[in-house]
Design a protein around this ligand. Structure first.
Ligand SMILES: Nc1ncnc2c1ncn2[C@@H]1O[C@H](COP(=O)(O)OP(=O)(O)OP(=O)(O)O)[C@@H](O)[C@H]1O
Ligand SMILES: [Mg+2]
Length: 380
């Protein structure tokens, strides 16, 4: 096997630049003995190789050089040309075979489904995520489908919104790394996010959980109303619990592959999506993860058959901005504002940064009141 495709067991946090932040985090968790569904990463070098063997490097660079971020439609059109080049590229036989082999070894008759997830980094930069910007595919089944979704993940490096994000952050397009992850699906009855410190109040002594029925996709996309728990970090005592009316959830599509948004059946709408015991279990594992990494973490988790799986971890940013010790412990929900999965409107490009920041903050506050947001995340 080459080093272009790596199982989680062989990935460390220091591999962020070639495996992306998500895969590096999952590898690190796996090696630390945290229960992470098995999987592998098609490293960033794999796409570099595809681009090389298809002679696309200069072609992509030439198109990228013409992007004018004052012209949204133009960016959409030109990045579309790059996506088309990647979509039509030939995957070298050995790489194609390696992905197929890893996939067939990963799945079993009982666990046929995988998620194909994007994991990103930027060379020569500490940036290792573009929250909510890239694509993730759930309940993927079959070698050909996996290959197709890996290819779609590669292409998502060149969505207009990803190009705008690099532009806004002054990152060179050629430094963008995408390393798709193929991971066993957790067919979760409930899932959500956990923060080892409250990112809104910056209270380091309070851990928070947001949870909904089905896949955590509904929670991270901001589409659902979520149950909210605040836990005392020292004692794990539940300080606050807010069970809301849950109306939307994401589960497997009735066709038997892919995901679908569904109504929460009325008899489950007001029922807590996790028990107190499960909340404490999340808190316990979350604290362990924080201790391992040595910083406050934002964790994605899911329960299947009463077993807790960890799906992602990353550093909570911005906690340093306000001293927490004196901050009053507010009691709001906290899922951070994920970028809407569409390119920014033309107006929000350069010069409007401050306004965009302000509106993101406003949105975050809106979410804290557990009001259903109108995130326009693309259905995939
Ligand atoms: N293997 C999996 N099994 C079950 N659910 C999964 C799996 N992988 C991801 N999910 C769910 O799908 C959600 C979205 O996936 P993912 O983390 O890949 O993308 P994102 O959160 O939208 O963006 P990003 O993490 O890149 O900022 C996760 O929060 C998690 O709830
Ligand atoms: Mg995620």
């Amino acid at each position: 096997m080459s080093t272009l495709v790596l199982p989680f067991e062989e990935i460390k946090l220091t591999d962020t630049e070639r495996c992306g932040g998500k895969a590096a985090g999952l590898g690190e968790l796996t090696r630390a003995g945290i229960r992470v569904p098995g999987g592998f990463c098609v490293t960033g070098d794999a796409l570099t190789r595809v681009i090389e063997v298809n002679g696309l490097k200069q072609k992509i660079a030439a198109i990228a050089a013409t992007l004018n971020f004052e012209d949204y439609l133009g960016v959409e059109e030109r990045t579309g040309q790059i996506r088309a080049l990647i979509a039509a590229a030939t995957i070298p036989g050995d790489l194609d075979q390696e992905i197929r082999t890893r996939y067939t070894h990963l799945v079993t008759k009982a666990q046929r489904y995988v998620a194909v997830r994007s994991s990103v980094a930027v060379k020569h930069s500490p940036v290792s995520s573009f929250p909510g910007m890239m694509d993730t595919y759930h309940y993927v089944v079959g070698e050909d489908q996996v290959l197709e979704k890996v290819r779609e993940c590669w292409s998502s490096l060149w969505t207009a919104r990803a190009a705008f994000a690099r532009f806004r952050q002054k990152l060179a397009h050629q430094d963008g790394v995408i390393a798709p992850i193929v991971q066993l699906m957790v067919d979760s009855y409930s899932a959500g996010v956990f923060f080892s410190a409250n990112p809104i109040t910056k209270n380091l002594g309070e851990m928070v959980i947001e949870s909904n029925w089905g896949l955590g996709e509904s929670v991270v996309s901001g589409k659902s109303m979520n149950d909210f728990f605040a836990l005392d970090k020292a004692t794990l005592a539940i300080k606050q619990k807010r069970i809301v009316e849950k109306t939307v959830m994401v589960t497997m599509d009735d066709s038997g592959a892919g995901r679908a948004e569904k109504h929460v059946p009325p008899d489950r709408a007001h029922v807590p999506s996790i028990s107190d015991k499960e909340a404490v279990e999340i808190g316990t594992v979350g604290k362990r993860i924080e201790k391992h990494f040595g910083f406050n973490v934002d964790v994605e988790w899911a329960f299947q058959d009463k077993i807790l799986y960890i799906l992602q971890t990353r550093k909570i940013r911005g906690l340093e901005e306000t001293p927490h010790a004196q901050a009053p412990a507010k009691t709001s929900a906290v899922t951070p504002p994920r970028a809407p999965k569409k390119a920014p409107a033309k107006k929000s490009a350069p010069g409007k940064k401050k306004a965009a920041k302000k509106s993101a903050k406003k949105k975050a506050v809106k979410k804290t009141t557990a009001v259903k947001t109108t995130s326009k995340k693309k259905k995939k």
